[in-house]
Design a protein around this ligand. Structure first.
Ligand code: GDP
Length: 295
């Protein structure tokens, strides 16, 4: 995030340091903003829409509330538009409202799905829920053992059975096991790679239809930059993507992919991952995120 944060920070200082925000200053500030966002992998079209709406609203504002200068108003607009892009004012609701609640994780291999399944299990176990983890990935060697060990560590129930042969059968068997064990939250991890993309996405869709999850969460790797938007779009053609988990925000200077995945799917970013440890999970806070961006 550093680059984008620095760039936005210096745009804010520029606004504050200007004696007058005339047409030309406004244009040049918005151009700086465009450049910073595009460099951070935010979709170009989106960037233009955002800067255009800031420009229009700024120009349309006839009377500012007493005490508010044009500079303050421009900073405020910038802050509000960036926050809106990420889901508005509030933190996302992460409460589990119905039980058992079935949460299916999707995403490409290496995005951090299995690690994230463990983090989420830990997060909800600490909130008093009984959590079951199901591994349906039969493609990536190691996924099964990885999730089984994470389950042991956080004291979640675990189901996985590669001998069942296919992911849909594993998902169904796991689901009935978890339901009879009275799990409150059932998290299903899925494969992130297949012989080809079509096969992967079709499998994801079949699992979706077999288990009818309450929520599909797309796990995206913040370090994947521009690819993230395309991935989000591909998954959302096959299954409804309800929420997003952004991983690896600790290891990238860029976070624009995060914005794009949210916009492409219309889903809200719910959590972020900021490290490899099980505890490295945070509820996404758009305001805090933008405030950090703006320094
Ligand atoms: P999967 O293929 O999607 O199941 O991905 P994994 O869960 O195996 O994760 C791939 C790699 O990303 C592993 O080395 C994880 O430790 C790492 N990883 C996952 N989440 C994060 C995160 O938030 N930050 C960092 N730095 N690494 C992460």
């Amino acid at each position: 995030m550093r680059d984008l944060m620095d760039a936005i920070g210096s745009i804010i200082s520029r606004i504050r340091g200007s004696t007058l925000i005339d047409e030309e200053t406004l244009r040049s500030i918005l151009r700086d903003l465009q450049r910073a966002l595009i460099r951070a992998d935010v979709d170009v079209k989106l960037v233009y829409e955002l800067t255009k709406s800031i420009e229009e609203e700024f120009k349309e504002a006839k009377e500012l509330p007493p005490g508010l200068t044009a500079k303050d108003y421009l900073v405020y607009l910038l802050y509000r538009k960036l926050t809106d892009l990420l889901g508005g004012d509030k933190e996302p609701d992460v409460e589990v409202k119905t039980k058992p609640y079935i949460l299916m994780l999707v995403g490409t291999e290496g995005s951090g799905k299995t690690t994230t399944a463990g983090k989420l299990a830990n997060f909800y176990i600490k909130r008093g829920l009984k959590v079951g983890l199901i591994e349906t990935d039969t493609i990536r060697p190691g996924a099964f053992d990885q999730l089984r060990q994470l389950a042991e560590r956080v004291k979640a129930m675990f189901f996985g059975d590669p001998s069942l042969g296919n992911a849909v059968n594993i998902a169904k068997a796991g689901l009935s096991r978890m339901i009879s064990s009275k799990a409150d939250l059932i998290i299903i991890d899925t494969a992130g790679r297949h012989r080809n993309e079509e096969e992967l996405l079709s499998e994801v869709k079949e699992i979706y239809e077999a288990v009818k999850p309450n929520e599909v969460m797309l796990v995206v790797d913040a370090t994947n930059g521009k690819q993230v938007g395309a991935q989000a779009e591909a998954f959302s053609k096959y299954v409804p993507v309800n929420s997003i988990f952004i991983t690896k925000l600790d290891s990238t200077a860029k976070g624009g992919g995060a914005l794009v995945s949210a916009v492409k799917t219309g889903a809200r970013i719910k959590f972020i991952g900021n490290g490899e440890d099980i505890e490295d999970i945070e509820v996404f806070n758009p305001r805090r995120f933008v405030a950090r961006l703006m320094g």
